[in-house]
Design a protein around this ligand. Structure first.
Ligand SMILES: Nc1ncnc2c1ncn2[C@@H]1O[C@H](COP(=O)(O)OP(=O)(O)OP(=O)(O)O)[C@@H](O)[C@H]1O
Ligand SMILES: [Mg+2]
Length: 305
């Protein structure tokens, strides 16, 4: 897969002296859905604003679709659609006018069929001539998406698209985002809903204190970092563990629970080995529970200060 965005050694310091990004290097692949996670103030919006040309780079280089975002600003910007974190629309305008106008800003000829299709796909067609002030928050957010897509960009940035959106609408937005992706649009979204990243992303990046602390394929991430905890409940209390269990690195809790924690990949013993050994020692168990790390556990581990 070729890269549509390349970011090299990006750093950002604001005039206030705040260092928001430190030496960030990242490539976004064409057609992927990349989820950028990080606590409040991690630098997610700063990163997006820089790529979109809204905030100045302090140090580093960025290309979008092969165009340098500083020296070939117009070309680079035409490839990008941005749905910012804050809703910015003229509340007295209608969705139809707003989206149509946004397309013209990029110097493109009118294409009312495209705008109609866009508004329909975002369930905004019925509302197309209403003043924005009469729309709900979730609807306004969808107008922001339509506006960002007005010039048919190849890359769409969604800065917390589902913040404050109810569960049902969130599901339908996920569906819309998936459709965009299947139409070939590269999507970069930031979110505080870990399950959103878990559900939607091809790759996940975690920013913490302006540093990219992790970029990983979601599947690999789940496998590489996940550890399982197994708890075996014994029928009868036990004073100490039999020596034959020593190689399995298990521990005894409350004289009743045998616990085992292991990495997926480095695992040499299986739960079955432990159960066999229990049987050989005439130890009966009544319950087995397993727990697996979630992406949230991984996130918390990487971002706790
Ligand atoms: N215009 C600005 N001037 C000075 N500092 C700023 C400015 N914009 C952002 N910052 C600072 O840069 C850091 C990163 O902010 P940013 O908005 O990028 O974080 P974020 O990851 O998007 O957070 P959130 O999850 O809250 O949206 C913060 O310390 C913030 O205070
Ligand atoms: Mg932000």
């Amino acid at each position: 897969m070729s890269d549509i965005i390349t970011i090299e050694n990006l750093s950002k310091s604001y005039a206030s002296g705040v260092h928001s990004l430190h030496d960030v290097s990242l490539s976004i692949r064409k057609g992927e859905l990349f989820a950028l996670l990080g606590p409040n103030g991690a630098g997610k919006t700063t990163l997006i604003s820089i790529i979109c040309g809204l905030t100045k780079i302090t140090h580093g280089h960025i290309q979008v679709g092969g165009y340098d975002i500083i020296h070939q600003y117009r070309e680079a910007r035409s490839k990008i659609g941005l749905v910012p974190q804050e809703i910015t629309i003229d509340i007295f305008d209608s969705p139809w006018k707003t989206v149509r106008f946004s397309r013209s800003l990029f110097g493109l000829p009118n294409n009312d069929d495209y705008i109609e299709e866009l508004l329909k796909s975002l369930s905004l067609w019925d509302k197309r001539n209403q003043k924005m002030i009469t729309l709900s928050g979730g609807m306004k957010r969808r107008v922001m998406i339509a506006k960002a897509l007005a010039h048919e960009p190849q890359v769409l940035f969604l800065d917390e698209p589902t913040a404050g959106v109810d569960v049902e609408l969130r599901q339908s937005m996920w569906e819309q985002i998936r459709t965009l992706k299947s139409n070939g649009v590269t999507i970069i979204l930031t979110t505080h809903y870990i399950e959103e990243a878990e559900e939607m992303a091809d790759r996940i990046g975690i920013l913490n204190n302006g540093q990219l602390v992790l970029v990983e394929d979601k599947q690999t991430l789940m496998q590489r970092m996940s550890t399982k905890q197994v708890s075996i409940e014994l029928k009868d209390p036990l004073a100490t563990l039999p020596n034959t269990l020593t190689p399995f690195h298990v521990s005894l809790h409350e004289h009743k629970f045998i616990k085992m924690r292991y990495d997926f990949e480095q695992e040499t013993h299986t739960i079955a080995d432990v159960l066999d050994t229990l049987k050989q020692n005439n130890l009966t168990y009544v319950d087995i529970q397993t727990e697996q790390d979630s992406l949230e556990d991984i996130f918390v581990r990487l971002t706790k200060s």
